[in-house]
Design a protein around this ligand. Structure first.
Ligand code: PRP
Ligand code: URA
Length: 209
């Protein structure tokens, strides 16, 4: 699918299976999400541009590669996005962080915004938006609209599970934003949940149901 990368690394798929299992505890779910997010982060940053800096090893001087450009921004769609954010920050500790508070109204499935805080200078930075679930895509579409209003131009979206319906809507709304996911599941049910999915990601992370 154009603009969509499925991260099929065996470790990702193995951990995802344990997360999907309804018998998996809240503590294990949270730990696995943190572990899996480092693997997903590795893939979503795979083609970042490099430059070189001059350093001296104990043996000699050399031009050695470092990331080019300004620090990355990770934008977490609350609450569940924070489960991905933590592991990504383990890997890229200098990243800047944006928080976008959205929850789905259970009747309309429309996102309700309650918080937004982002670094001022989004324009010249790569912004990686993270949320474990892309279901109807209403939340991700709204979050990225907001980031674009604030100047973001170079954006990627990273999730754990996506529904085919959500991917189609997302790519229509934001064709310039590539999507990275560990799985494209079968479909959305009539309540807007991903099937087979893993249930409500926020509730499973925080034990709220
Ligand atoms: C979940 C999930 C996404 C959204 C996806 O959040 O983390 O943000 O649903 O659904 P959509 O693609 O249909 O918009 P939820 O609204 O349950 O809020 P929470 O993270 O606070 O639990
Ligand atoms: N949000 C979730 O947490 N799970 C779904 O299956 C759909 C939206």
């Amino acid at each position: 699918m154009d603009g969509v990368t499925v991260i099929d690394h065996p470790l990702v798929q193995h951990k995802l299976t344990i997360m999907r299992n309804k018998e998996t505890s809240t503590a294990s779910f949270r730990r696995l999400l943190r572990e899996i997010s480092t693997l997903l982060c590795y893939e979503v940053t795979r083609n970042l541009d490099l430059t070189t800096i001059r350093i001296e090893t104990p043996m000699e001087a050399m031009d050695s590669p470092v990331l080019e450009g300004k620090k990355l921004v990770f934008a977490s769609i609350l609450r569940a996005g924070n489960g991905l954010l933590e592991g990504m920050l383990d890997l890229v500790p200098a990243a800047r962080v944006a928080h976008i508070g959205l929850y789905r109204d259970h009747e309309t499935l429309q996102p309700v915004e309650y918080y937004f805080k982002a670094p001022e200078d989004l324009e010249n930075r790569l912004v990686i938006v993270v949320d474990p679930m892309l279901a109807t895509a209403n939340s991700a579409i709204a979050a990225i609209e907001k980031l674009k209003e604030r100047g973001a131009k170079n954006i990627r979206f990273l999730c754990l599970l996506a529904a085919p319906e959500g991917i189609e809507r997302f790519r229509t709304a934001h064709p310039d934003v590539p999507v990275f996911t560990a799985s494209i599941d079968r479909h959305l049910n009539d309540k807007g949940y991903i099937v087979p999915g893993l249930g409500d990601a926020g509730d499973r992370m925080y034990g709220t149901k």
